[in-house]
Design a protein around this ligand. Structure first.
Ligand SMILES: NC(=O)c1ccc[n+]([C@@H]2O[C@H](COP(=O)([O-])OP(=O)(O)OC[C@H]3O[C@@H](n4cnc5c(N)ncnc54)[C@H](O)[C@@H]3O)[C@@H](O)[C@H]2O)c1
Length: 354
């Protein structure tokens, strides 16, 4: 491997373009190729970012020996198969969230990365948000005391990423709003609580807007098929019990009648000496003149906000990433339990790891 990490992006859809853009602004990386099934989208991306090589077949891209790492920016059902092929081809992999369709697939990805001694990171960009990093810094300094409860939510009023696209089909997406946007807040909250071991999940899901053709939102670049049924949830609520005895709640919606002035997404952590909430990062504690609310900050140089750049650095410097793959697998296990609990209509226990 030279001074620069030679990267390729697989999938030039909405998020693939963001990754290509990040790579072109990364001093330590070069974006040398793109794989995209749709020829028009692939050509547009290559023309716009001046990338010489475009492949229709990602397997052909993976055969190229001069590519060190790939970014998998594909519909969720392709995360596992493409990541496994990439690791087999000895590439480092940055894969989009959610990790996979389920934890069975996720476990195979982790095992393959370990076997091939390659970096595998899930692109959980909320961990890279400066407010998350600031909050983590203050929590680690003990500013809130012991955190004993977490609450997180992402509640869109009208945000189904295009009804009829792969996002709204269970077999292609794995799940709806919980797997798509809830996973960001779930991951960030567990990261801040410093615990990923869950023992049980009790959840409900609803599909109240999508099946009526309501709540649509312009996102993503893939084709839509209006005749395909909407088979995922557009609302989910979960109560997650952690091994330490602490709990967190997660609520997510792609579409719902929420109060217009409410925060759309956030995290609230309750500590023994203070409360911490995001976004932005604030600390709440009693002061001499009543309750103080302090906006937390750190110098700009204290954090890395670009997940793509972070991945490049971690690979080149052979360092652990901010998103260990074992933690991503545990998040995927919680998502699986959430859907299983909703299906069964009762609390389900997570299988303890042998
Ligand atoms: N981190 C984030 O904030 C964030 C935001 C949005 C989406 N995502 C994730 O990124 C992934 C992609 O989402 P998107 O919104 O970009 O979707 P999208 O539908 O806009 O793009 C997917 C692209 O993959 C291409 N594709 C499909 N099969 C292919 C194949 N076999 N080979 C090559 N290309 C193929 C499609 O033609 C399309 O251009 C999803 O996993 C999604 O959950 C992450």
């Amino acid at each position: 491997m030279g001074d620069k990490l030679r990267c390729a992006v697989i999938g030039a859809g909405a998020i693939g373009l963001e990754h290509i853009n990040s790579l072109t602004h990364c001093a330590r990386a070069a974006c040398v190729a793109v794989a995209e099934l749709n020829p028009r989208r692939g050509k547009e991306a290559c023309d716009r970012f001046k990338i010489a090589r475009l492949y229709a077949d990602y397997l052909e891209l993976l055969d190229q020996p001069d590519i060190d790492a790939v970014i998998v920016a594909l519909p969720n059902h392709l995360h596992a198969p493409v990541t496994l092929s990439a690791l087999q081809a000895r590439k480092h992999v940055l894969v989009e969230k959610p990790m996979a369709l389920n934890a069975r697939e996720g476990a195979r990805m982790v095992a393959a990365a370990e076997k091939m001694k390659r970096t595998l990171m899930v692109a959980q960009n909320f961990r890279f948000n400066q407010h998350t990093q600031i909050a983590r810094h203050f929590l680690q300094r003990g500013e809130a005391g012991e955190i004993y409860h977490g609450r997180c939510f992402w509640l869109r009023r009208q945000g189904i990423p295009r009804i009829g696209s792969w996002f709204t089909r269970k077999e292609l997406a794995g799940g709806g709003c919980a797997a798509d946007i809830g996973v960001h807040l779930l991951d960030a909250t567990l990261h801040l609580m410093g615990e990923f071991e869950a023992v049980s999940v009790s959840a409900v899901t609803h599909a109240r807007f999508g099946p009526r053709g309501l709540g649509d939102f312009e996102w993503g670049r893939s084709e839509i098929d209006p005749l395909k049924p909407f088979t995922v949830e557009d609302f989910a609520s979960a109560f997650i019990r952690l091994k330490s005895g602490r709990c967190l709640t997660l609520e997510s919606s792609w579409a719902a009648h929420h109060a217009a002035d409410a925060r759309e997404y956030g995290i609230d952590l309750l500590g023994t000496t203070a409360g911490l909430s995001l976004f932005p990062a604030r600390l709440y504690r009693p002061g001499p003149l009543g309750y103080d609310s302090t906006l937390l900050s750190l110098p700009k140089t204290s954090f890395q906000e670009d997940r793509t750049h972070h991945f490049v650095q971690a690979v080149l410097d052979n360092k652990p990433t901010l998103v260990p793959m074992g933690e991503s697998l545990k998040v995927q296990q919680i998502l699986d339990a959430l859907y299983e609990s909703a299906r069964q209509g009762r609390e389900v226990r997570l299988n303890p790891k042998p």
